[in-house]
Design a protein around this ligand. Structure first.
Ligand SMILES: Cc1cc2nc3c(=O)[nH]c(=O)nc-3n(C[C@H](O)[C@H](O)[C@H](O)COP(=O)(O)O)c2cc1C
Length: 177
């Protein structure tokens, strides 16, 4: 599997909502899951579960149950991140998710975090216990060419950095998006 420098991976990654019609190789899926498993967590509690969804009907149904995640219907695969009773479930889970996203991108695969769904029906569909949190569903697949070429929109570094104190400009740093 080709290796990409970490910063390049961060710089080039895009949210991918359109997928090519090819399946995700087992080896790439393993890398994604391992990247999640190896993530750091508060007190090393590792409070996560990863549900791998490959069933076409389930993926389509999930798309219909996610107002901001219709694109899951066209993905060959998705991973739902379910959190145990953790002190900081969103922080721990988001770190696992981001590691998965970067490992996927290195393997040529794209994804896009989904944040909204019909809670009761999605949890029932995936068999998630009622008392556990479904943090996100990440659809994975090879991106279409157009998706990858989309410009990265970010605030300039000068708008979000400060020198020593809030609102003191940090001089001499320019970002190349
Ligand atoms: C916490 C979080 C929730 C998001 N929820 C959604 C979502 O529900 N649907 C969607 O299409 N994109 C979602 N996104 C993707 C963002 O819109 C996207 O990452 C952002 O516009 C920047 O674009 P880029 O990832 O291509 O750089 C989410 C991203 C994050 C980090």
């Amino acid at each position: 599997m080709a290796s990409m420098e970490t910063f390049e991976c961060i710089r080039k990654r895009r949210a991918v909502r359109e997928f090519r019609d090819s399946h995700v190789p087992q080896q790439a899926l393993m890398r994604i899951l391992e990247a999640g498993r190896l993530s750091p967590s508060s007190k090393n509690t590792q409070p996560w579960h990863f549900i791998v969804i490959r069933d076409r009907e389930t993926l389509k149904t999930l798309g219909g149950l996610s107002p901001t995640g219709r694109h899951i219907s066209g993905a060959p695969l998705a991973v739902a991140i379910v959190m145990d009773h953790a002190k900081l479930p969103e922080i721990d889970g988001a770190r696992a998710a981001q590691n998965m996203v970067l490992a996927a991108w290195e393997a040529g695969l794209g994804t896009c975090w989904i944040a909204n769904w019909d809670e009761v029906r999605v949890k029932k569909l995936l068999g998630v216990p009622k008392d556990l949190d479904l943090l996100t569903i990440l659809p994975f697949g090879f991106p279409t060419v157009l998706t990858v070429r989309r410009k990265k929109m970010r605030k300039p570094l000068g708008d979000i950095t400060h020198a020593e104190m809030f609102r003191r400009p940090l001089q001499g740093f320019a970002s190349d998006a």
